[in-house]
Design a protein around this ligand. Structure first.
Ligand SMILES: NC(=O)c1ccc[n+]([C@@H]2O[C@H](COP(=O)([O-])OP(=O)(O)OC[C@H]3O[C@@H](n4cnc5c(N)ncnc54)[C@H](O)[C@@H]3O)[C@@H](O)[C@H]2O)c1
Ligand SMILES: [Zn+2]
Length: 519
C-alpha cells in the first residue's frame, strides 16, 4: 500500500518497452466502481475474489502475450499462497517495501484508503505489515520504495534482468541464479554487510575455482576465513563440520557472519549444516560446482552429514540466502559426475517439464559437450521444477515425495553396490528404469514413455540394464528406504511426460515385483 507500485510499474514498463497493467485500475474499469466503493459496498472478501479472478486472467494472458507485461498488484492480491506461488513461477515478483511511518504518510496524503480508516493508521499499517511479512518475503527481490524513484525503477529492472528463480519459504525465501561465468561478480552482493565471511570448499574445487571468489569476497571488505575440506563423501561427517566451526571460532565469526559454500553437494550439505548450527544459525550462500548439486542440492534447504554408514543421518533444514549456479564450473567436473547429474535432470523432466525432456532428446551431443547456454537452460529448468515442488512443501510432508521418482529402487541399488560401484546418478538411472517398468506392469506407465526414457538415458551415457543379482540383493534392502510407511512404500510412478503419481505399494509385493524386472 502506498509504495508507489503503479508509478514504478509504469516507469519500468516504459523503460523496457512493455505493456503495463495496473490491477486495481483493471478491476475498476471492469466493475465500473472504485476500489474504495467495492470495499465499502461488497466487503473485503468479495473484493478479494474479484481481485483474484482478475489477476488469474491477467497472468494467463501474460503467458500467451508476445511481450510480457509489467503488472502492478496491490498488497492483498498475492496473499493467497497458491496464487503467489503461481506468480513466482511464471513472473519475476518484486516486493516494494517501506517503513510504516513512510507508508502511512504517503497513504494519508493520497486520500482515503479502505484499510486505514481506523483511529491509529500507522499502527494499523505496522500490524498489517507484520502479518503479511512472511508473504511479502516470497518474492525474487524486496526493494525499498523510499529511495529516489529512478533508483527504485533501476533496481527493479536489474532484478528483472537477472531472471532469477525464487524458492518460496516465507521469510527464509531466496533466489537461485543460473548463468555462465557470473558467480564471482555476484557473490559480493550476497554477502554484503557481513563483517566476516567463511568460505568453505574442498581441496579439488578450491585449487580450480576459489581464487576469483576469494578476490570478490576480499573486495567487499569482509574478513575472509578459508576452510578447504578433504574432497569426497567419505569426509562428509561431523569431524569436517567441526573443522568449519573451529575456523569460525578462531576467526571471530559472529551472528552477522556469512558462510559461503563453493563445491559439490558434499561441501554445500556440510557448509549449510555448519551455518545452521553456528550461533544457532547464520546466513549462508551456496555456489554449487557439480551438475548434481546445481539441479538437486541447491533447492530445498536440506543440510547435513553422514553418521557411520547412515547417509545424511544428522542434519537440519536451513535455507541459503542465495544460490549461484554458474555452469562455467561444470567444464572441469569429471565426466562421470556430470553424466550422473544428468540422471536427475531426466528425472526432473519426467516429473514436471516435458519441454526439458525434449530439449535433452534433441540435443544429446550438445549436452555431452557441456554447451554453456544449453547447460544453463537444463539447470534453470530443473531448478524451476524443484523450486515449484519444494515451495509447496517445505518440510517434506507429502508433495515432495514425487521427487523420489526412481529413488526407491535407486537407493537400494546404490546401497547394494556399497556406495562406490555405482554413483548416485547411475543408481537413479537404473531406479528410473525400474520405476518405469514397474509402472508398465501395474498399468500406470505407457510403454512408449518407458522406451523413450530408456533410450534417452542410454544416449546420455547412463546405465539402463537391470541385472538379476544386484537387483535380488537390492530388493532385500528396499525396506530401508526412508519413504517407507510401515509395511508399505510410497512409490512414484510416471504416467506421462511431466506427470507422476504416488501410490502405496506393499513392501512384500514391491520386493517380488522388483525381482521380475531383471533382463
Ligand atoms: N541437500 C540436498 O538436497 C542434496 C541433494 C542431492 C545430493 N546431495 C548430496 O550431495 C552429495 C553429492 O554431491 P556431488 O556429486 O556434487 O559430490 P561432491 O561434492 O563430493 O563432488 C564430487 C567430486 O567432484 C569434485 N568436484 C566438484 N566440483 C568440481 C568441479 N567443478 N571441477 C572438478 N571437480 C569437482 C569434488 O571435489 C568431489 O571429489 C551427496 O553427499 C548427497 O547426499 C544433497
Ligand atoms: Zn537423487
Amino acid at each position: 500500500m502506498a509504495t508507489g507500485k503503479s508509478t514504478v510499474g509504469a516507469l519500468v514498463a516504459q523503460a523496457a518497452g512493455r505493456p503495463f497493467i495496473d490491477l486495481d485500475r483493471a478491476i475498476e474499469s471492469e466493475t465500473g466502481s472504485s476500489i474504495e466503493n467495492l470495499f465499502a459496498i461488497r466487503g473485503e472478501a468479495a473484493f478479494r475474489a474479484l481481485e483474484r479472478a482478475c489477476l488469474e486472467r491477467t497472468l494467463s494472458e501474460a503467458q500467451r502475450a508476445a511481450r510480457a507485461p509489467v503488472i502492478a498488484v496491490g498488497g492483498g492480491a498475492l496473499m493467497a499462497r497458491d496464487l503467489r506461488l503461481r506468480a513466482l513461477d511464471e513472473c519475476v515478483v518484486v516486493t516494494l517495501e517501506g517503513t510504516p511511518a513512510e507508508l502511512t504518510r504517503r497513504a494519508l496524503r493520497q486520500g482515503t484508503r479502505p484499510l486505514l480508516s481506523g483511529p491509529n493508521p500507522e499502527q494499523r499499517v505496522s500490524e498489517l505489515l507484520a502479518l503479511r511479512a512472511p508473504n511479502y518475503a516470497e518474492a525474487q527481490a524486496r526493494i525499498s520504495c523510499e529511495a529516489a524513484l529512478e533508483t527504485v525503477v533501476a533496481q527493479v529492472r536489474e532484478v528483472w534482468s537477472r531472471d532469477e528463480l525464487a524458492v518460496a519459504a516465507a521469510e527464509a525465501s531466496y533466489a537461485v541464479q543460473t548463468g555462465l561465468g557470473f558467480a564471482s561478480g555476484r557473490v559480493g552482493a550476497l554477502v554484503a554487510q557481513s563483517p566476516v565471511c567463511v568460505l568453505v570448499s574442498d581441496k579439488t574445487v578450491s585449487a580450480l575455482h576459489a581464487a576469483p571468489i576469494e578476490a570478490a569476497l576480499h573486495a567487499c571488505g569482509a574478513r575472509l576465513l578459508r576452510v578447504d575440506l578433504e574432497p569426497g563423501e567419505a569426509h562428509k561427517n561431523i569431524a569436517s563440520v567441526e573443522g568449519i566451526w573451529h575456523a569460525a571460532l578462531e576467526g571471530g565469526a559472529d551472528r552477522q557472519a556469512t558462510f559461503v559454500a563453493l563445491g559439490g553437494g558434499v561441501v554445500s550439505d556440510m557448509t549449510g549444516f555448519a551455518a545452521a548450527s553456528w550461533m544457532r544459525g547464520v546466513r549462508w550462500v551456496s555456489i554449487p560446482t557439480t551438475l548434481l548439486s546445481m539441479v538437486d542440492a541447491s533447492v530445498g534447504g536440506k543440510t547435513g552429514v553422514d553418521l557411520a554408514t547412515a547417509k545424511n543421518a544428522v542434519g537440519a533444514f536451513w535455507q541459503p540466502s542465495g544460490v549461484l549456479c554458474d555452469v562455467h564450473y561444470l567444464n572441469t567436473e569429471p565426466a562421470r559426475g556430470f553424466i550422473s547429474g544428468l540422471a536427475e535432470v531426466v528425472k526432473t523432466a519426467l516429473i514436471g517439464d516435458p519441454e526439458l525432456f525434449t530439449l535433452l532428446e534433441n540435443n544429446v551431443e550438445r549436452v555431452a559437450a557441456r554447451d554453456g547456454d544449453l547447460t544453463a537452460e537444463l539447470v534453470r529448468r530443473s531448478v524451476r521444477v524443484k523450486a515449484r515442488i519444494v515451495s509447496f512443501d517445505q518440510r517434506e510432508s507429502g508433495l515432495r515425495a514425487v521427487l523420489n521418482l526412481g529413488h526407491t529402487v535407486g537407493h537400494a541399488l546404490e546401497a547394494q553396490a556399497g556406495y562406490s560401484a555405482l554413483s548416485h546418478g547411475e543408481a537413479v538411472s537404473l531406479g528410473l528404469v525400474a520405476a518405469l517398468r514397474l509402472g508398465e506392469t501395474l498399468g500406470h506407465t505407457p510403454r512408449d514413455l518407458s522406451e523413450r526414457t530408456l533410450s534417452l538415458l542410454r544416449r546420455l551415457g547412463l546405465p539402463t540394464n537391470l541385472a538379476a543379482q544386484p537387483l535380488a540383493e537390492a530388493s532385500a534392502l528396499l525396506g530401508h528406504d526412508k519413504k517407507r510407511a510401515g509395511s508399505s512404500v510410497k512409490f512414484v510412478f510416471a504416467r506421462g511426460l511431466g506427470q507422476v503419481e504416488t501410490q502405496s505399494i506393499a513392501l512384500s509385493e514391491l520386493r517380488t515385483r522388483v525381482l521380475t524386472l531383471a533382463e
